[in-house]
Write a protein that binds this ligand. Structure first.
Ligand SMILES: [Zn+2]
Length: 214
């Protein structure tokens, strides 16, 4: 990448849309506590981090490429070849260590039996559903916008007040869901200011398909 302007153009043309969940250390983490560590029973966080989704401006993308080499990360050990790298512009998507990126354009199909709950919505089994294709039971194919709506941030089918609902305790949902990756830091190139320019270089780091533990 020759310069920030070219990098921004490349990311915009060849990048993909993502959802970004920022990691903040949870208040259950207390380095002064002798029990601090793996024995946490906190339900607010994952691995000591609370994740909050960050809104991205329209059109913001991340350039995701397959990582083919191995190398040693000082904290999490060897990063393996099947991992991905991601490049973003730091002013658009300042992804940081242990953040999650959901690759919504890489969603795969799933058909699931969903149990009708007592409330107005039913959460789908996968953490990051992207699109609901079909909702049906043996008798009825339900109509999006009339019988139900899909809530992406909740990952749920929400039943509407005036629409039809399943008769039985279960129904079928055909939907797509996206893989989630953990960002393990900008060990390749840090976002840094260009001499004489206000613009910054893009930042590149590794995406792991599992939470990176040492
Ligand atoms: Zn916690």
């Amino acid at each position: 990448m020759l310069n920030p302007t070219a990098a921004r153009q490349l990311i915009s043309m060849q990048g993909e849309r993502v959802r970004w969940f920022q990691a903040l250390p949870c208040d259950c983490r207390d380095p002064g506590d002798p029990d601090y560590g793996d024995e946490r029973t906190c339900t607010k966080c994952e691995h000591g981090y609370v994740y909050r989704e960050q809104e991205l401006e329209d059109g913001v993308k991340a350039l995701v490429t397959r990582q083919r080499r191995e190398y040693l990360h000082p904290e999490v050990g060897m990063i393996r070849v099947q991992d991905l790298t991601v490049t973003t512009m730091a002013d658009e998507l300042p992804v940081d260590e242990f953040d999650k990126l959901v690759l919504v354009e890489r969603a795969v199909s799933k058909k699931e039996i969903v149990r009708r709950g007592s409330g107005t919505s039913d959460v789908l089994g996968e953490a990051y559903p992207v699109e609901v294709v079909t909702v049906a039971d043996g008798d009825t194919v339900f109509v999006a916008g009339e019988d139900f709506v899909f809530d992406e941030s909740e990952g749920a089918v929400v039943w509407l007040a005036d629409g039809d609902r399943p008769d039985g305790q279960t129904y079928a949902v055909h939907y797509t869901h996206a893989p989630v990756y953990w960002y393990t830091g900008a060990m390749m190139t840090e976002a840094r200011p260009m001499p004489g320019h206000g613009a910054k270089w893009p930042q590149t780091g590794i995406l792991n398909s599992k939470f990176p533990e040492g």
